[in-house]
Design a protein. Structure first.
Length: 408
């Protein structure tokens, strides 16, 4: 929903009713991740996407129906062997889509959530997508220190334990910047979806499944070394959705004119900049497990003090440019300053996949490809060379394809 938050906030501020269709579950070769959203307002205007085109028309109609009925609905779209031309995903994947009507001012949780998302304030939006009919669509907006909304209009006396547990689970996911389903018993105890699915008919309503969407600032890409290759890495980093900082100790190179697309251009020694970011919590927003560090200086006086710190941080990716000889010399120097073999093994060097790249733009593509592969678990082979799942992160998460289409 984050990518359409600005339009949702505009509709909300104008008092226009709308419906939001959100991908809440995927398996197989589904084209969009959980959290992808399509919204339709009362006039029929649509923004966003849930499938890249496969089922957009059907989801659009579900949104229109939800606006009219005022009722949320969970529907599964997937390939059907019995009717291959029915509305579904020809790629063979499965999408679970939750469609929720929204009337501005009618739900404190949704109102607060939309406002927080549009302002960039970290928030987890917690919505009931399966469970007792009276709770479907109930929404709570959870921040680091408070929450808005309630699971039941009757008040917390009827759902207090459940709400407290849902808020605690959501806050933990928000801290990690993750989006996930959470299933709880009505008394708030953890309960896996598999347990719920195995219950006798009529008893599954004793569990509640929440979809928790964490909205956090964009992940950071820190590019050290204001060289010509850095300009191309900045552009592709922005394309991938990172907030990009360029840092170099040489003021003649680290200029806004050379890097107009960067979010920040900093003149400082790389290791001092990193130390300052970590020392000031208010400036350290976003240096976390999603952060990417691209060290492009290939100069030991810059690289070694920086990498000594970076390789001990719980960031997502640390890569360094340089020849294979530079790489071996750099590793030897890192051992001299006390890094362990396990810490040194975290360094991706020479940075980038072997694409035969020559130009700065080609090199940036190679760097970006390694970052994506590292994040998603890709095998770095041509898709035509394999026969397994395309989406490796879903395979690792235990997603299994299923057949058919249902409405819940």
């Amino acid at each position: 929903m984050q990518d359409i938050a600005e339009q949702l906030q505009a509709w909300h501020a104008a008092g226009r009713s709308f419906a939001v269709a959100t991908v809440v579950g995927v398996s197989g070769s589904a084209p969009r991740d959980p959290g992808a959203a399509l919204a339709v307002d009362a006039d029929g205007e649509a923004v966003g996407s849930v499938s890249g085109g496969c089922v957009e028309g059907a989801v659009y109609e579900l949104c229109r129906e939800a606006i009219e009925s005022g009722q949320p609905v969970l529907e599964r779209f997937g390939y059907s062997d019995e009717d291959a031309f029915a509305v579904g995903l020809t790629c063979g994947g499965i999408l679970d889509v939750f469609v929720q009507p929204i009337v501005p001012g009618a739900d404190a949780g949704l109102d607060a959530g939309i406002t927080y998302i549009a302002s960039g304030t970290p928030v987890a939006l917690v919505r009931v997508i399966e469970g007792p009919t009276a709770l479907l669509g109930a929404t709570v907006a959870v921040t680091a220190d408070t929450h808005h909304g309630a699971l039941s209009p009757a008040g917390p006396s009827t759902t207090g334990a459940l709400e407290r547990s849902a808020v605690a689970e959501a806050r933990a996911l928000l801290d990690a910047g993750k989006t996930a389903k959470v299933t709880l018993a009505l008394d708030g105890r953890p309960c896996t979806p598999m347990v719920s699915a195995g219950m006798p008919a009529g008893t599954a309503a004793s569990t509640v499944t929440f979809f928790v969407e964490s909205y956090v600032p964009k992940p950071r890409m820190l590019v050290f070394g204001a060289i010509d290759f850095a300009a191309a890495v900045v552009r592709i980093g922005k394309f991938l959705g990172y907030r990009v900082t360029v840092c170099d100790a040489r003021p003649v190179f680290a200029t806004r004119r050379r890097f107009p697309e960067a979010d920040e251009v900093v003149v400082d020694w790389p290791h001092r900049y990193l130390d300052a970011q970590l020392a000031a919590p208010e400036r350290n927003a976003g240096i976390d497990g999603r952060t990417v560090l691209c060290v492009l200086t290939h100069d030991a006086k810059f690289d070694i003090p920086l990498l000594e710190r970076a390789l001990r941080l719980p960031v997502g990716f640390v890569g360094a440019m340089g020849s294979r000889k530079t790489h071996l010399d750099r590793n030897a120097k890192l051992r001299e300053v006390g890094l362990t073999e396990a810490e040194i093994a975290r360094l991706r060097s020479p940075i980038g996949l072997d694409l035969g790249a020559r130009t700065p733009e080609e090199t940036a593509v190679a760097v970006a490809a390694e970052i994506v592969a590292s994040r998603r678990g890709g095998g770095c082979l041509p898709l035509s060379a394999g026969a397994g799942p395309i989406h490796h992160d879903l395979e690792r998460a235990g997603g299994k394809p299923a057949k058919g289409r249902r409405v819940a």
